[in-house]
Design a protein around this ligand. Structure first.
Ligand code: PMT
Length: 218
């Protein structure tokens, strides 16, 4: 039996990928399975927390015992997260959120015309993590960053720009790490720099180590 390090804490986790509609049957998305976010949610439950998960498109199953809020787009995720934010103690943004969405969402299925090329115009979505960074009061805010190079440079840059307390850099260039695997390779940073670099391990074990570090925070 593990010590309930997060008893009485409200943990909000985002998981999966957002879906950005093109028309009623087509959308833009990414490879996120939700495994990392769900592993964090499960580990937080085990440590005694009250856990809410805002999940986009996922292929993995959510753990039993969490409050699950399903969303589709980055805009939906922003709204759902803002509704939960004031009440949360720890917020972990492991979802893969679209940076761009189609500028126009077609109400009817797009027809194939005669043209050999179709240009899809995209516009920026709102950065949820940065929005939370501006709003936070007592919350411990944890961002993720999926990177393929210069992990520490990009991690510290994102942490500072988005006003996070911690940032988890996910080295997605390594075998067995990142999107859809059951395992991951992560490094955990705070405002002072690198806190811990974890070797390849299950997402569940990595999640538990992350939460232990967060539980010990100030
Ligand atoms: O779901 P799995 O298959 O298990 O895969 C896990 C994962 C690889 C998706 C996960 O570990 C991960 O790295 N998640 C973050 C991926 C990502 O989109 O990183 P980013 O560098 O694009 O975004 C940085 C941070 O800003 C993230 O916390 C992201 O949630 C957030 N963001 C990004 C864009 C946006 N519009 N709003 C945001 O809040």
């Amino acid at each position: 039996n593990k010590p309930k390090l997060l008893r009485g804490k409200k943990v909000l986790v985002t998981a999966g990928g957002t879906m950005e509609r093109i028309d009623p049957v087509r959308y833009l998305t990414n490879d996120s399975s939700g495994k990392m976010g769900f592993a964090i949610a499960e580990a937080a439950l085990d440590l005694g927390a009250d856990v809410t998960v805002v999940a986009g498109r996922t292929s993995a199953a959510a753990p039993q015992g969490v409050k699950l809020i399903k969303v589709e787009s980055a805009a939906d995720m922003l709204q759902a997260v803002l509704e939960q934010f004031d009440d949360s103690d720890i917020v972990i943004k492991s979802a893969a959120v679209a940076d761009y969405r189609p500028k126009q969402v077609h109400q009817q299925k797009l027809k194939k015309g005669d043209a050999q090329q179709l240009v899809l115009e995209l516009e920026r979505t709102t950065d949820i993590l940065a929005t939370l960074g501006e709003r936070k009061t007592h919350q411990l805010l944890v961002g993720f960053a999926a990177e393929t190079e210069q992990l520490d440079v990009y991690a510290m840059d994102k942490l500072k720009r988005k006003n996070c307390d911690y940032l988890v850099a996910n080295d997605v260039s390594q075998d067995g790490a990142g999107f859809n695997y059951d395992t991951n390779v992560i490094s955990i940073y705070n405002t002072n720099g690198l806190v811990e670099q974890l070797p390849l391990m299950s997402k569940r074990d990595a999640a538990e180590r992350l939460l232990q570090i967060l539980a010990q925070h100030g």
